[in-house]
Design a protein around this ligand. Structure first.
Ligand code: SF4
Ligand code: MG
Length: 320
């Protein structure tokens, strides 16, 4: 079940190393430090599980996680701690991850203090600087989480992550609970911080509309498998996979053209009883006989663009 996680973890590890590695089945993907990778799929596709695996919150029961090209099982205790600090996660609901009894200064300052990134004496300056970076008024440092708005609480969550000097931030539906105008502010903040701190993001979202604007590369997942992976621009221009095309039809507006909202037919199947062959075949408008019988491999359709669909085997545009 964790095969996809292993492969994507490779991909994320590769970004940290600035190296090209084998990332997904039969395809080599080049990813670079400082990139934003968007991971899109309906709920239940395994996106959040992947994020939790990468940050060490969950351990893989099967498969492996690679960090900077090395299996986490081969890391020393100190290296595992380094990885846990270097990979930070920001959740949908900051309230659930913020202790309501702690002041902001302690919420932001506790991890850097424990890990020796600051001292007791230097803590206040350390926290104040980070608060300013994320757009929080430093004079609010002695307040409690409930005294902040949803958008401000998300800024506290971001400050907590930043405080341990991460390299990779996994955002799990990090703006999904916010009003649209606040969403835009937080997304802008993510992009500013990327510049200032040389961060790399894995941006997990069900919302292709959110992801397409901020990502360099987009990976589309369905029921725990990668369906398509491409640079964001190309992906918007030339979506290959029928599932991707269906997701795009669900968006109210696609680039310049406006299309009618068309929901994907049928329900997402249970991951416990996935369909045979192509996982998308029960819902795919283009499905044909082979689709229920054979799993399509994820393959390069051209440079940096991979898709897992049998239609790509049909020669000479017969598929379109
Ligand atoms: Fe549709 Fe078949 Fe392609 Fe799957 S392999 S996306 S069912 S056409
Ligand atoms: Mg989720």
């Amino acid at each position: 079940h964790l095969d996809y996680a292993e492969k994507l973890a490779n991909l994320v590890g590769a970004k940290i190393q600035e190296e090209t590695v084998h990332a997904v089945t039969d395809v080599d993907i080049e990813v670079h430090q400082g990139e934003v990778v968007g991971l899109v799929g309906e709920s239940g596709c395994g996106k959040s599980t992947l994020g939790r695996l990468l940050t060490g919150i969950l351990a893989p029961s099967d498969g492996d996680i690679f960090w900077k090209g090395r299996s986490v099982h081969s890391l020393s205790k100190a290296e595992k701690t380094d990885m846990r600090l270097a990979v930070q996660m920001i959740f949908q609901d900051p309230m659930s991850s913020l202790n309501p009894r702690k002041k902001v200064i302690d919420l932001i300052g506790e991890a850097p203090l424990v890990h020796g990134l600051t001292t007791r004496a230097g803590l206040e300056d350390y926290v104040v600087e980070i608060m300013a970076k994320v757009g929080l008024d430093p004079s609010y440092r002695d307040r409690y989480p409930h005294q902040f708005s949803g958008g401000q609480r998300q800024r506290i969550g971001i400050a907590r992550a930043l405080a341990v000097k991460p390299q990779l931030i996994v955002c799990d539906e990090s703006v999904a609970a916010l009003d649209v105008s606040i969403q835009a502010q937080i997304l802008n903040l993510f992009m500013e911080l990327k510049q200032d701190f040389g961060l790399t993001y894995l941006f997990v979202s069900h919302d292709l509309g959110v992801v397409q604007h901020i990502s360099d590369r987009v990976v589309i997942m369905y029921l725990g498998r990668v369906m398509e992976s491409a640079p964001a621009g190309e992906f918007m221009e030339q979506p290959n996979h029928p599932y991707t095309q269906a997701l795009l039809r669900e968006l109210p507006s696609v680039t310049q053209r406006r299309r009618a909202f068309t929901p994907i037919k049928g329900e997402i199947p249970s991951p416990l009883h996935p369909p045979s062959g192509c996982l998308f075949h029960p819902r795919c408008p283009s499905a044909f006989e082979r689709c229920g019988a054979e799993v399509p491999a994820l393959r390069a359709i051209h440079t940096s663009h991979a898709s897992a669909c049998h239609l790509n085997d049909i020669p000479a545009k017969a598929a379109s």
